[in-house]
Design a protein around this ligand. Sequence first.
Ligand code: BES
Ligand code: MN
Ligand code: MN
Length: 453
Amino acid sequence: MEAIFRALRDACAARQEQLEAYLRLPSISSDPRHKGDVAECARFTAHLLQQAGLEQVVVHPTPGHPVVVGSWRGAPGRPTVLIYGHYDVQPVDPLDQWVQGPFVPRYHDQRIFARGATDDKGQVLMHIQAVAAILRETGGLPVNVIFLLEGEEEIGSPHLPAFIQSHRAEWAVDLALVSDSYMWAENRPAITTLLRGLVLLDVVVTGPKRDLHSGSFGGAVANPLEMLARLLASLKDDTGTVRIPGFYDAVSPPAAALRAHWAQLPFDEGDYWHALGLSQGWGEVGYSLLERLWMRPTLEINGLWGGHTGPGGKTVLPSLAHAKLSMRLVPDQDPDAMVALVKGHLLAMAPPQVTIEVSRIPGGGCAASVPHDWPMLQAARRALRESFQHEPLLIGEGSSIPVVADFKKWLGVHTLLIGFGLPDANAHAPNESLHLPTFHTGIESLVRLLHYL
Ligand code: BES
Ligand code: MN
Ligand code: MN
């Protein structure tokens, strides 16, 4: 492996240029105006796989954005690894808070700043460069690999489950490998063994058939915004526990061993609040902060609007009120059942003076978890330890990577979640960055991992 590491170091500048080129493509999946840019990014991704020496590289169209697949299967009898990542990115607003344009990579303080630097193009490229270096130096790989790189993760992977189902027969794999998560801190590698699931809901409350003058009609009719605010406020008690009957029915109590494992992580609550500019948090009683983040379901209001939101005042009694809600789910909570539960509750509780419509926004999915005694974790621990000189931590994560549950469901495999983002990478926020020393050491760890699997 030393020869591979040397080759990687020698090509350091060229590899960073490749990263820069990747980060210049504005592959914002949620914005129809960027559909062409997402397609171009798919083609560029395919080009990267081809250059790396992968075979059968194909850009597959879907009803949404393309899926890019490439494989190398020259190691019969060795494990087959499905390497997944996403080349799409989140929107960039608020644009005025970026020091430089989000798609004009900037170097500062050992980092590269651009949208997608950590989430997830930078981490995708780490896998491509690791495989490229091994293939170039040794003419083969120690395992078989299939790259599955999608352009719709940031909109909930609505078309990927069907795509996986249709490729089930070809994809007899031993594990999935994903770098789309975080380290604990610089040089403190982490393996994520638990991700929450996600569902998104759209709520519309309708009152009078048009907006009304709030002087002429105020006092006579129910205000849809107020009715919605009352309804939403009634969903939780004073400590944040969701009051919808049945909301926690499928939630298993935390396994004692997992609780104990998390309790000994070097986590400082004070630092956590400080980094957020808060003096304290808010959440369910009886669970530690990490437990609340990693193994309790949530219900959040992501947006709430209606009536007048422009400059100055306007005496209006609105006809419509809107809310966007999301739920984070834990293992055994079924997304469809949770949607039905919440929808049924909102419809039943809505006052008769208004009508309420609740619909699920496509995408999202189930939670995913990996047992701490899964043998593949040993190879990952060794690879990370040898590269970063620290024993990796086994952590949970409150966010979602929807397809991970589908890998288990359709391909029958667990996923190794090895993230190289640093906690202050600003994913989804202005001035997203990737720490370059971590990028380079991380690639070495991936080279090791492919040898140890
Ligand atoms: N890479 C993230 C998920 C993530 C973040 C995993 C931090 C581990 C640590 C992913 O790209 C993401 O943003 N997921 C979204 C899904 C949604 C947009 C459908 C999420 O969790 O909100
Ligand atoms: Mn991601
Ligand atoms: Mn993301």
